[in-house]
Design a protein around this ligand. Structure first.
Ligand SMILES: [Ca+2]
Ligand SMILES: [Ca+2]
Ligand SMILES: [Ca+2]
Length: 188
């Protein structure tokens, strides 16, 4: 079967990475769809979806998220996570912040931490490594801002400067070119 062989050869290195990094969000989504478990509501720690994004960042409740709103929340989150006050996030600080939001989401949905919870934490560590672009073991405000801007641009698919229900869904293919972009989104 030459075609099969060819297909395997063509699988890019980006694939496992994209799979890994997408899993934190996907894990939450997967818990949803199957069986009797009701789907988790859009939460602070989970979901790539537009609705989850808007629910998390639409501070003034007008149904859309401006870049200012998004960056304000991100900045607060960053500063809140910087427990040792050195102006940057180490991996433990980054993962702890994510864990806090994930716990809150589970609590709101009356769910006990499960394997998806654990997996989510593992993936947070993977994301940290991707976001720490200069690999000095610290996520700087600049690195965080850069990733926030990528995330926002990725959600604002019609490019009008706000994320709203009018933004058409993106093609998945584009995300797979940049693992960090996808990774970042699962943190939101
Ligand atoms: Ca710190
Ligand atoms: Ca860094
Ligand atoms: Ca838009």
């Amino acid at each position: 079967m030459p075609r099969t062989t060819q297909m395997f050869r063509k699988i890019p290195f980006a694939l496992p990475l994209a799979m890994l990094t997408g899993m934190a969000g996907a894990a939450l989504a997967q818990t949803a769809g199957e069986g009797d478990t009701p789907p988790p509501a859009p939460g602070v720690a989970g979901g790539h979806s537009q609705a989850a994004f808007i629910a998390s960042y639409d501070r003034d409740g007008d149904g859309q998220v401006t870049q200012e709103e998004f960056l304000a929340v991100r900045t607060e989150r960053f500063e809140g996570a910087d427990k040792d006050g050195d102006g940057a996030l180490n991996e433990a600080e980054y993962v702890a912040e994510f864990e806090g939001r994930l716990r809150q989401q589970y609590a709101e949905q009356d769910r006990e931490p499960d394997k998806f919870f654990e997996r989510g934490l593992t993936q947070a560590g993977v994301r940290f490594a991707l976001l720490d672009r200069d690999r000095n073991g610290l996520l700087s405000p600049e690195e965080d801002l850069a990733s926030a801007e990528r995330t926002f641009a990725g959600m604002d698919t019609n490019g009008d400067g706000v994320v709203s229900a009018e933004d058409p869904p993106r093609e998945r293919r584009r995300r797979d070119n940049d693992g960090s972009d996808d990774a970042e989104r699962s943190a939101d």
